[in-house]
Design a protein around this ligand. Structure first.
Ligand SMILES: [Fe+2]
Length: 471
């Protein structure tokens, strides 16, 4: 709203400068315009805006039927242009230096990002080779089921050490009551599990033996158990696997212990890798979100736009059953799709009302500019190409290249739809929010014309049947 109020102030102060000149024909006009220009420069308001203001004021003067000579009005425009020239260059330099600051910040983040991406890719590939999932819960569950089956136990649990309070908590269980699973917290050194975790050595407990160290009460008294530490390659213990009662009621053997130790070691390595991957992934997401925030400081009206587009794009991809890997790249592209707006003057980005031809053509440079910035980041996905193509339309009417149909990457077609839906559903400087119904109407009407029909169908299904909502 500030910009709108200021815009009105701009007209008033410029009207005074111009009418003073028209009344008195003083030579101070050029000086005043230059000063005025400097003030605009401080406020990041570009030369296009002052020309427009000039034309508006002339229109108003004509409407108010104030009588000035046409030649004086024409001359005022010539002087105005001179005034603009005198600060126009300085304005451009100033703008570049501002953008340069942001870009330097982004470049620094890029270095961090590409380091994280390299580590993530290496880990991702090893996890893939070992056939594990990237989901920790899934890894734990498959390890545990495999163990129970291999050693034929009646019940048991897989516990991990909570890195904060250093106690063992149950993550997977078989044959145990819900209440026990939730409540059990075992300190290191306590009971069988605590002892195995502390010492890092496996244990067989035969029901017939009674160890002075381990006193078992209640329903565990006198039963056969086996417990092995989840030991990583470096020797650190991250948890334990604990099995009770063989189905044939025989005690566990040394062979069982060997087998369990091997499984536990493999499991620990997989768990450690997946946790590390998840940690890296989290900090990678934080870094691209930080980059998005830097872009949004230039365009506060669209704050949150990139994140919402990214989320919708990923939901569409999931609805279309695209592979997880593609969704990952789509999220990055969604978050970064408007990064090229860094090169567009902030005044144009938040301008209320219609944009002029020059302003529009400046805005249309953002996919290319964005793609150029992203090229420096070493993404394992085609993020730079997706960003370049996110304003292409399947009938060839989009920009910058006027690509058609399949020439546009599927991910770019998805971002294109998500972008339009989010933009129409939200408030913009030049209009209030049109609402989600209008947005869905737009994509339905242009299904197969501007927008990919399959992408449109998936998007409509999300909103109309699956209750998708922007946060
Ligand atoms: Fe865009």
């Amino acid at each position: 709203m500030n910009k709108v109020i200021y815009k009105r102030g701009l007209d008033i102060s410029y009207e005074k400068i111009l009418t003073d000149y028209l009344k008195t024909g003083q030579e101070t006009y050029l000086y005043q315009i230059t000063q005025f220009g400097k003030e605009l420069m401080r406020l990041e308001i570009g030369p296009e805006s002052i020309i427009e203001t000039h034309l508006n004021v002339i229109k108003k003067i004509n409407r108010d039927k104030k009588v000035y000579l046409k030649k004086d009005i024409d001359a005022s425009f010539t002087i105005l242009m001179e005034g603009i020239m005198s600060y126009g260059m300085a304005y451009k330099e100033y703008l570049n230096s501002r953008t340069e600051g942001y870009l330097a910040e982004i470049r620094e983040l890029n270095i961090k990002l590409s380091r994280k991406l390299t580590e993530m890719t290496v880990l991702y590939n090893t996890i893939k080779i070992t056939g594990s999932s990237l989901d920790l819960k899934e890894v734990l569950s498959s390890v545990f089921i495999n163990t129970i089956k291999s050693l034929k136990a009646e019940d048991g649990s897989l516990m991990l050490i909570d890195p904060e309070d250093k106690v063992l908590a149950i993550k997977e269980a078989y044959g145990l009551e819900e209440d026990i699973i939730k409540k059990t917290r075992i300190k290191l050194g306590e009971g069988i599990a605590g002892l195995v975790a502390q010492k890092g050595e496996p244990l067989i407990i035969s029901g017939r033996l009674n160890s002075p160290q381990i006193k078992r009460k209640g329903k565990y008294e006198g039963i056969n158990s086996i417990c092995a530490p989840l030991k990583t390659k470096k020797g650190g213990v991250i948890g334990i696997i604990n099995l009770n009662r063989k189905v044939d009621a025989e005690p566990f053997t040394e062979d069982d212990l060997k087998l369990l130790s091997t499984i536990a070691h493999e499991a620990a390595t997989a768990i450690e890798r997946v946790s590390l991957y998840q940690e890296l992934h989290k900090s990678y997401l934080n870094t691209i979100n930080t980059i998005a925030k830097i872009v949004e400081t230039r365009d506060p009206y669209t704050s949150g736009h990139q994140k919402r587009v990214a989320k919708l794009a990923c939901a569409i991809a999931e609805e279309m059953s695209l592979p997880q890997d593609k969704t990952e790249g789509l999220y990055a592209a969604g978050i970064l799709h408007d990064i090229g707006k860094m090169n567009v003057p902030a005044e144009i980005l938040s301008k209320p009302g219609r944009l002029s031809e020059i302003e529009l053509s400046l805005i249309k440079t953002h996919p290319q500019a964005g793609s150029d910035i992203i090229k420096e980041m070493e993404f394992p996905w085609a993020v730079s190409l997706i960003v370049l193509q996110h304003h292409e339309r399947i009938d060839g009417s989009g920009y910058p290249q006027g690509l058609k149909g399949d020439e546009i990457l599927l991910e770019a077609r998805i971002i294109g739809v998500a972008d339009v839906v989010e933009a129409m559903a939200s408030h913009r400087p030049y209009r209030p929010a049109l609402g989600i119904d209008k947005a869905l109407e737009e994509i339905s009407q242009n299904r197969g014309i501007l927008y990919d029909p399959e992408v449109v169908d998936a998007c409509l299904k999300l909103f109309k049947e699956k209750g998708f909502k922007f946060e």
